[in-house]
Design a protein around this ligand. Structure first.
Ligand code: C2E
Ligand code: CA
Ligand code: CA
Length: 749
């Protein structure tokens, strides 16, 4: 279930969502630019036009305020014409003086693109852009931003588009004013006819967009200069010779009559997107808008060039669905494709897909020892190796960290998976190369094939992940198919996994303490913290049922944190309430995964400091598996913990690896003999021998020994004769709540 829990870095996820939303807003904004021109008549003055532009920009940029500086025609100086925060005028003026000094304003006029800068006090990010058309320079537009803009590349493109359209709006606005003025004169002179002539010419020349007048057949009757530039033809070549349909390509649906009739049905309709090809065979994406001119069955077609915007959109789209390091699809894209595969499977029984969950073995160790730079190189090379082994129709996604997931689309059966996984393993037989060093990497794979049962989307990757985890458990560099896992408990496991996360959030976990007894004095020596889960429906769930799942899913990290908090807080209370308590030993169980967390030691130090708890009284119990996994990092963490004064026990000794060598090597403080050895201590000679030699060895190494699981007096008596000094078990007391511990032991202490 990692994709539901550990691996989704909330920041990354939010950013993806942001990018997608941003792309949509950019597109909507672009679509609305067409209206900019048509709403010109509504503008009463230039200020309205700026405000409209800023309104648009604000959807995409964190603009606090803006200012417009107009060029004085006679002196060529610029002067503040309008700002939306008059109270900050002097600050704005100062900033602009500073920009002029730095030469930024001159540069903006020269380059006519968006420039970025900062205010002198560093408080604002500035965007400045010259307002100029091919024929006229209006001034300069400055936006003050409190935060850095979202994506510089996109910001540049979009502000440029908006500013350009603002410039033409300014130009047209002046024209309209002129026309209005002329109009009145004309009305006066009662010469209505030439009025339309003026409107006609001026409006088309100055829309700022390539614009045509066509007849009812789509034939070009008039073209503005902008369209000439855009299409690469002269007026002569166009008028009466070309149709609008000659320029629209790759769209078999395009027919002028259809366009016309839809325009008639919906005169204020949305612009339609087409691919336009000019004389030089360059292709542009355009939004096309058509409206009736009201003259002799003629129509205006206005085009907006959105090619750059489309590129931006494509880039945003790519970013949203790909991993920046390897350029592979990310989990979002994978989930999408998987959803399609599952849908297909529901419709066609014969269709099958498979998911291969891959986790690089020991990547973390390599990453930590060689550094992130090399870690990244390894991931890129691993991605390439895996890519080579799959078909084009398959999806390889980076799932996070060193995890990759392959979706094999439309497979015949398990033989296809075998082929692919074999090819991947072969690829990895050749080493990775890092600055002339060769590194061999292996991986663990879990494979889920869709053949058997219907699997829900949320379970597919989880089950593949679970199979991968089995492969890791079986010693890495292995492939495990989901149907090979013998665990009949899978259903329950899945259920628990779902509830585990909620349980942590809802505070359903609590701890009990089991006393450790000094066998010589019969006094309380310490307590072991044991976690319990009070599930709202399933009741109390014992740790053996959920700790392994918490470990698999990474939930052991937040859960472990919780346990520390609970135990430290209880202990701190005991310390303050029971004055003679400075010697009580507080033991907490640890999973190896917790030791691999980077800030684990620092976390414990902080928590203990907060609870004012001396770390000399804290003991952490780990199992021998840590030596088998032999991760340098875990052992380093143990040393760091010891450095804080914390003591370390080996738990369940005698059940697994049981290597005495490590006890000394890693300066272990205490060994807990497993209850299985204790159980038969009186009847099983081998057990008796093991425990005897353990006790002898530990006494030489100055390691304390606790016998776990003492259930009756015979066991206790035997252990005492063997000179075991510490014990724990139901004979003394089961694990109990904090209150009981206080009543039974602490009050009398
Ligand atoms: P463990 O560390 O070996 O803990 C001792 C277990 O033996 C406890 O089971 C305890 O209730 C049980 N026990 C104590 N005395 C006797 C006895 O006389 N006879 C028998 N038959 N059993 C006895 P519990 O609480 O169910 O815990 C099971 C395991 O779950 C623990 O084994 C430990 O490995 C794990 N665990 C418990 N709490 C935590 C925790 O906070 N963190 C981690 N990582 N693991 C935990
Ligand atoms: Ca334990
Ligand atoms: Ca134990």
């Amino acid at each position: 279930m990692e994709f539901l829990t550990k691996e989704i870095d909330p920041n990354q996820y939010e950013r993806l969502e942001e990018v997608v939303q941003y792309s949509q807003e950019a597109l909507e904004l672009c679509a609305s630019l067409g209206d900019y021109q048509t709403s010109l008549t509504k503008f009463k003055n230039r200020k309205d036009i700026f405000e409209r532009a800023v309104q648009g920009l604000k959807q995409l940029l964190p603009i606090s305020f803006y200012a417009f500086y107009a060029v004085d025609g006679s002196t060529s100086d610029i002067e503040l014409e309008h700002c939306d925060r008059p109270e900050w005028e002097s600050m704005i003026e100062e900033t602009v003086d500073h920009l002029i000094e730095k030469g930024m304003v001159a540069l903006a006029f020269r380059e006519k693109r968006t420039l970025t800068s900062r205010s002198r006090d560093g408080k604002y990010n500035l965007l400045l852009h010259a307002l100029a058309t091919t024929s006229k320079t209006y001034g300069i537009f400055i936006c003050f931003l409190e935060k850095k803009p979202f994506e510089q590349y996109i910001v540049d493109k979009i502000t440029t588009i908006i500013i350009k359209s603002t410039c033409y709006a300014l130009e047209n606005f002046e024209l309209y004013q002129l026309i209005d003025q002329k109009n009145e004169e004309l009305i006066d002179k009662n010469a209505q006819l030439s009025k339309s002539e003026i409107i006609y010419r001026n409006t088309f020349e100055n829309t700022g967009n390539p614009t045509l007048v066509v007849d009812s057949q789509g034939e070009i009757v008039y073209s503005n200069t902008e369209f000439l530039q855009f299409s690469g033809y002269t007026r002569k070549q166009l008028i009466g010779r070309k149709k609008i349909s000659d320029f629209i390509i790759q769209d078999p649906q395009f027919s002028f009559p259809r366009l016309l009739s839809s325009a008639k049905r919906d005169p204020r309709g949305k612009p339609t997107e087409y691919t336009f090809e000019n004389q030089a065979n360059q292709r542009k994406t355009v939004f096309l808008k058509i409206s009736a001119l009201g003259l002799d069955d003629q129509y205006i077609i206005s085009l907006t060039d959105v090619t750059t915007l489309k590129e931006v959109e494509k880039k945003l789209h790519f970013q949203a669905f790909h991993d920046p390091l390897t350029n592979l699809p990310n989990r979002l894209l994978l989930q999408g494709r998987l959803a399609q595969a599952i849908k297909k499977k529901k419709r066609h029984q014969n269709f099958n897909y498979a998911v291969i969950f891959i986790d690089l073995d020991r990547f973390k160790t390599i990453n930590d020892t060689l550094g992130h730079h090399y870690g990244d190189q390894l991931l890129i090379q691993a991605a390439q190796k895996i890519s080579k082994s799959i078909r084009e129709m398959d999806t390889l996604a980076r799932f996070g960290g060193d995890e990759f997931v392959i979706l094999l689309d439309d497979i015949q059966g398990s033989q296809d998976c075998e082929r692919v996984s074999k090819r991947i393993l072969e690829e990895f037989q050749t080493p990775m190369e890092l600055d002339n060093n060769e590194i061999f990497m292996t991986m663990s794979m879990g494979i889920l094939i869709s053949t058997e049962q219907q699997i829900e989307q949320t379970d597919v990757i989880r089950l593949a992940d679970m199979s991968m985890y089995e492969a890791k458990k079986k010693g890495r560099n292995k492939i495990i198919y989901f149907h090979e896992i013998e665990d009949k408990d899978i259903e329950r496991k899945l259920l628990l996994e779902n509830h585990l996360q909620k349980g942590i959030q809802n505070g359903e976990f609590f701890v009990q303490y089991q006393p450790l007894i000094n066998l010589d004095t019969n006094q309380l020596y310490g307590v072991e913290t044991l976690v319990r889960w009070q599930h709202p429906e399933l009741g109390i769930i014992p740790p053996n049922s959920f700790i392994p799942i918490a470990e698999e899913t990474g939930l052991i990290i937040p859960l472990g944190q919780k346990i520390f908090e609970l135990a430290f807080s209880d202990y701190a209370q005991w310390m303050s309430r029971f004055s003679r308590l400075d010697k009580l030993y507080l033991s907490i169980n640890l999973s190896v995964k917790q030791l691999l967390e980077n800030d684990f030691v620092e976390n414990i130090r902080k928590m203990a400091a907060k609870a004012r708890l001396p770390l000399e009284n804290v003991n952490l119990e780990i199992t021998e598996s840590i030596f088998i996994d032999d991760s340098g990092q875990a052992l380093q963490t143990i040393n760091d913990l010891k450095g804080l004064g914390i003591s370390i026990s080996i738990d369940d000794f005698g059940t697994g690896y049981s290597s005495l060598k490590y006890l000394n090597q890693f300066s272990i403080d205490l060994v807990k003999i497993d209850k299985l050895l204790v159980k038969n201590i009186n009847s099983d000679q081998t057990n008796f021998n093991i425990v005897t030699s353990m006790l002898e060895l530990c006494s030489k190494l100055d390691i304390k020994v606790v016998a776990e699981g003492i259930e009756d007096f015979q066991q206790l008596a035997r252990l005492k004769t063997m000179r075991c000094h510490l014990g724990q078990g139901f004979y003394f007391a089961p694990p109990q709540n904090k209150k009981r511990i206080e009543e039974l032991y602490l009050r009398s202490a």
